[in-house]
Write a protein that binds this ligand. Structure first.
Ligand SMILES: [Zn+2]
Length: 247
């Protein structure tokens, strides 16, 4: 690290759990962020501010006025622009050292496989089950850690599927691939703005811990947040031997 980097990342370097070694791991890590919306915004901002790079930021949508209430990567001036490009520019302003690859596309399973194989950690910040399951399949196949988040109304969820470990559950152990009942309703439901910040920021925290080798990841546990009561619940997850993806 040069002098500027030692200053920029000094508050991480001062943490004994991260230190110079952990910070160097962050600087050398490649994160794939799927979705540049409510969850992907805070997640990508914290990864970039912490020096993680390259960051591959994938989103097939354009910025809409209704996004700005919670998708803090984007500004009023970004309305109409592709979210991936708008996000790349925002991350570049925050930390010009970090290389951000913007993919203006909704990732199909074939594309995901290649991107996941090249990543050290995958953050699922998408808003639909098809992408969630495709990301999970790719992470299972390539044994990559998957940091999965979801937020709708006042309800949030987050877990880490540490798929490099043979005993790790996967996303499909928790939500079977044919359980798509809620899909249609999600797109039109309300979302409490800071909820996406809380969950997306927690995803960044877990990704940084995994990459730096700090602390204990949220593996084998699902955290469920009721933001109205501001109560967290933790559920233990176990690998489903009958899971059609990882079993
Ligand atoms: Zn599974």
């Amino acid at each position: 690290m040069n002098d500027d980097q030692l200053l920029r990342y000094s508050r991480h370097i001062l943490l004994p759990e991260i230190g110079v070694e952990g910070q160097e791991r962050l600087l050398a890590a490649h994160a794939l962020v799927i979705g540049a919306g409510g969850l992907g915004s805070p997640a990508a901002l914290y990864l970039a501010s912490a020096g993680v790079g390259p960051i591959t930021l994938a989103d097939g949508d354009a910025v809409d006025l209704t996004n700005l209430q919670r998708q803090i990567l984007h500004t009023t001036a970004s309305v109409g622009r592709p979210k991936a490009a708008s996000g790349r520019d925002a991350l570049g302003r925050l930390n010009p050292e970090v290389r951000v690859v913007a993919l203006e596309e909704r990732l199909d399973p074939g594309r995901l496989a290649g991107l996941v194989a090249a990543a050290d950690v995958v953050l699922d910040c998408s808003d639909n089950f098809a992408t969630r399951h495709a990301a999970n399949r790719a992470c299972v196949a390539h044994r990559k850690p998957l940091v999965s988040g979801a937020a709708v109304r006042f309800d949030g969820q987050i877990s880490v599927f540490d798929l490099g470990r043979p005993d790790s559950p996967c996303y499909a152990c928790l939500f079977a691939e044919d359980a798509t009942i809620e899909e249609e309703r999600c797109a039109v439901m309300g979302v409490f703005a800071p909820l996406t910040g809380i969950i997306g920021t927690t995803q960044a925290a877990e990704a940084l811990k995994l990459l730096a080798g700090a602390g204990e990841p949220l593996r084998g546990r699902l955290l469920i947040l009721d933001a109205l009561g501001m109560e967290w619940r933790a559920i233990r997850l176990k690998k489903d031997p009958a899971c059609r993806v990882c079993g």
